[in-house]
Design a protein around this ligand. Structure first.
Ligand code: GLA
Length: 367
């Protein structure tokens, strides 16, 4: 049994314990680790995320119950709540579920109600997209139980809209796309403007090691919205719709922007180029080259986009000292996880070294 199947069996048992009946179905959606291209997605750029194999959110669901009520039980948080289908958001974790259900099945649930149990194996605040996994798992379950046809790409778009318009987090589409369309353990090179995408090959003999720094980020409280606003301000100054319209030939125009807009625009140009080069390096099987790109990507996140913290800077440096070909902070920023590209023979020792030298860290995945 895969870890995904085991998690779904567990949530089905939790559903039965909570609601006294078997669920109609269970669904799973994974978290993601982003390999290159950070904060480029809402700038119309390229990203290179990988859906995780084992870590994600499992949902068990049954229709029926009081009309209009969604009765929810989180096995992970040991928390339960009942929401009404027409309610607005109230800041509780159940907003992600309520927003997703409203987006596709408002009328159905108004008529017959819904019971949902869920469990996550993704640490919250680690930058591995626990909220996108939750939205996508719920959308999969709700569309399937009511026989509503939606493609994987449509589910990604709906999940992003839930996050933007219901929860109020101005994110791009990378996380929801990786959770809905990404194949387990396979990086996908995505053009966030057109949604054209291509699966990338892995690097034989190497692993991506994901390590939680122990510094929890909370994107809704953090500078994420500030960065989005800074990018919009830079676009306005430059007279363009998306910063990814800039290329490496535009450095003079970027330099002429006021601080910190110049740095923000420079980051988007650099990380966009790194994501493209990274896809090419994966296709060429160039592990050393890919590692160098990860190293550069961390540097621009630290110096230009200013979204790293001392703990992730130190962890990245330690991973590289312990044999990683390159490492970087991954996800929205201000803490969370790092990802390191490590030759197979060095993985075990690197994990031991990092967990020993940084007691608050934890190795989450080796893919
Ligand atoms: C969060 C957002 C994504 C993306 C990343 C940064 O995970 O949800 O849309 O912007 O941050 O790359």
């Amino acid at each position: 049994m895969t870890a995904r199947d085991a998690q779904q069996a567990e949530v089905a048992a939790g559903f039965e314990a909570a609601f006294g009946m078997a669920p109609a179905l269970t669904r799973f959606a994974p978290g993601r680790v982003n390999l290159l291209g950070e904060h480029t997605d809402y700038n119309g750029g390229y990203v290179l995320p990988m859906a995780l194999t084992d870590l994600g959110v499992a949902v068990a669901l049954g229709a029926g119950g009081a009309p209009g009520a969604i009765t929810l039980r989180s096995l992970t948080l040991e928390d339960g709540v009942t929401r009404q289908i027409d309610e607005g958001p109230d800041g509780h974790w159940s907003d992600y579920v309520l927003g997703a259900v409203q987006a596709v099945a408002r009328d159905r649930v108004a008529a017959e109600g819904l019971s949902i149990a869920l469990a996550t194996s993704l640490p919250l605040g680690a930058g591995l997209s626990s909220s996108a996994a939750l939205e996508v798992a719920v959308l999969r379950a709700v569309t399937d139980v009511f026989g509503i046809a939606r493609s994987a790409t449509e589910i990604a778009r709906i999940a992003q809209a839930v996050e933007n318009d219901f929860v109020g987090m101005p994110c791009g589409i990378m996380d929801q796309f990786a959770a809905s369309v990404g194949a387990p353990g396979t990086a996908v090179f995505l053009d966030t403007r057109t949604l054209e995408h291509e699966a990338a090959p892995g690097l034989p003999g190497h692993s991506f090691v994901v390590v939680d720094s122990g510094v929890s980020h909370q994107l809704t409280d953090s500078g994420y919205a500030t960065r989005v606003a800074e990018c919009q301000a830079a676009c306005k100054e430059l007279g363009m719709a998306y910063l990814s319209e800039l290329g490496e030939g535009d450095l003079e125009r970027i330099d002429a922007l006021p601080e910190p807009l110049n740095r923000r625009a420079a980051h988007v140009v650099i990380d966009n180029a790194l994501a493209r080069a990274g896809f090419a390096a994966l296709q060429a099987g160039d592990a050393a080259g890919f590692g160098r790109l990860m190293h550069e990507s961390h540097a621009t996140a630290r110096d230009n986009y200013q979204i790293t913290v001392p703990e992730t800077d130190a962890l990245v440096a330690a991973a590289e000292a312990a044999g990683a070909l390159g490492a970087r902070q991954t996800g929205g920023g201000w803490g969370g996880a790092i990802v390191a590209l490590v030759p197979g023979g060095a993985v075990a020792e690197l994990c031991v070294t990092l967990e020993r030298d940084f007691p608050q860290t934890r190795v989450l995945a080796v893919t």
